[in-house]
Design a protein around this ligand. Structure first.
Ligand SMILES: Cc1ncc(COP(=O)(O)O)c(C=O)c1O
Length: 422
């Protein structure tokens, strides 16, 4: 009764068949069809504007992935794009030396992000997390690293270990978010050899429920880092310029030694930063070579400066929190109507609906049915990844999404009946 018709994604599928003859596996990493629900989600997009994306078959979606995080304002945000276009046309962006925007952006970060005394600028989040580890290792003259969360695709951190010699990650140990005892145990064993504790200050582990810090958790982690002389790094690639202008560190009041910033900073343009305490950051000046042909390109800096200007001028994050809070409340109301074992976690700017395990192990099927019904209704949410709310999501978008969720939950409820969660 509540089943929506399948989308026509014929052109996406044809392009994917062609792509498989040109690119290993067709498309890379997190964009693979098998990472979504095969046959249901589009594979190739044509264009986007505001909160909406349109695929190559002409299907339009209200998108909550926001380009996997960098779209904080909206797709094709004119003021940002115009600033970049002006730069490309009037001055140029790829030069032999650095342009002064570096200094402007570093000053802005110092103003906004509590840990940001000095900054270096790179392109991707993985560049940033990897540079932060190198800085911490150079500063402490130690090797071991404690980590918590996804930190990108570099050798020391990626989950799929194919092609990586064990010696490049064997000094890296993992602890779970909010599990202080796990970190304590690791540090009792290896604390004196530990260069860095790197963690997402807000819990958003891959494929799992989101978590805010338990009272005292971040403070205790900071104390442990200080006790053993390890550098505390907050990986704020997703959270800075999204939870607050100064990141989760500002929101929760715990300042690390180093921070890695990325995604939300430039509304989609490639730029990331490692920002931190002067004493630690100075290792980057004296002991390390961190350089790329493209790091000084000014398109990212211009986009970041303009994005930050708009966010401050228009109180973007306050507005995202307000509408996000209203939206999550409505989702909770719907979820309370259906006994389908769904759970909503996260905070207003970043949220995720997961499905509880049951004895009959139907949680994956319930999840896939729910997200299938959403994508068929033009709501782009991901079965394995949380969603984001951007400035350009309208009240109408959010209400349409709530309506689609109501229908999708009703469908799951029809299919599975009462769920005995374990
Ligand atoms: C917390 C975190 N750190 C690092 C990264 C890696 O960033 P990038 O994909 O830009 O290399 C990501 C990307 O999703 C991330 O979410």
């Amino acid at each position: 009764m509540n089943e929506a018709p399948k989308l026509n994604i014929t052109k996406s599928k044809a392009l994917f068949e062609e792509a498989k003859t040109l690119v290993p596996g067709g498309v890379l990493g997190a964009r693979k069809p098998s990472d979504f629900i095969e046959g249901e989600y589009p594979i190739f997009l044509d264009h986007g504007k505001g909160s909406r994306l349109t695929d190559v078959d002409g299907n339009e979606y209200i998108d909550f992935l926001c380009g996997y995080g960098p779209i904080i304002l909206g797709y094709r945000e004119e003021e940002v794009d115009e600033a970049v276009i002006r730069q490309l046309r009037d001055k140029g962006f790829c030069f032999t030396l650095t342009q002064p925007y570096q200094n402007q952006l570093a000053k802005k970060l110092r103003e906004l992000v509590p840990s940001a005394e000095l900054s270096i600028f790179l392109k991707t989040g993985s560049d940033g997390t990897t540079a932060s580890i190198r800085i911490a290792r150079a500063y402490t003259n130690r090797i071991k690293v404690m980590r918590c969360g996804y930190h990108g695709w570099a050798d020391w951190s990626v989950e799929m270990k194919g092609g990586i010699p064990a010696k490049l990650y064997e000094d890296v140990y993992e602890f779970r978010y909010n599990k202080l005892d796990q970190l304590e145990e690791l540090m009792e064993k290896y604390g004196k050899e530990t260069a860095a504790i790197i963690m997402t200050p807000f819990g958003h582990p891959n494929h799992q429920k989101m978590e805010e810090p338990l009272p005292g958790f971040l403070e205790d982690v900071k104390e442990i880092a200080a006790k053993y002389g390890a550098v505390l790094i907050f990986d704020e690639v997703r959270t800075n310029f999204r939870l607050s202008m100064g990141g989760a560190q500002k929101l929760y009041g715990v300042t690390p030694d180093l921070s890695v910033l990325g995604k939300g900073m430039a509304n989609g343009y490639a730029i990331s930063a490692v920002s931190g305490k002067t004493e630690v950051m100075m290792a980057a000046a004296s002991k390390l070579f961190i350089s790329s042909t493209f790091f000084p390109n000014s398109d990212g800096y211009i986009a970041a400066l303009k994005t930050i200007e708009i966010m401050e001028r228009d109180n973007v994050l306050d507005k995202i929190w307000e509408k996000g809070d209203r939206f999550l409340k409505k989702i909770r109301n719907i979820m309370s109507k259906y006994d389908v074992g769904a759970e909503l976690t996260g905070v207003a700017p970043m949220f995720y609906i997961t499905f509880k395990k049951d004895r009959a192990e139907t949680h994956r099927a319930r999840r896939d049915d729910f997200y299938t019904q959403l994508i068929r209704r033009g709501i782009f949410l991901h079965p394995h990844h949380h969603g984001y709310i951007s400035y350009r999501h309208t009240e109408e978008d959010l209400n349409k999404t709530v309506q689609a969720m109501d229908e999708a939950m009703a469908y799951v409820s029809e299919q599975f009946g009462h769920i005995e969660a374990i």
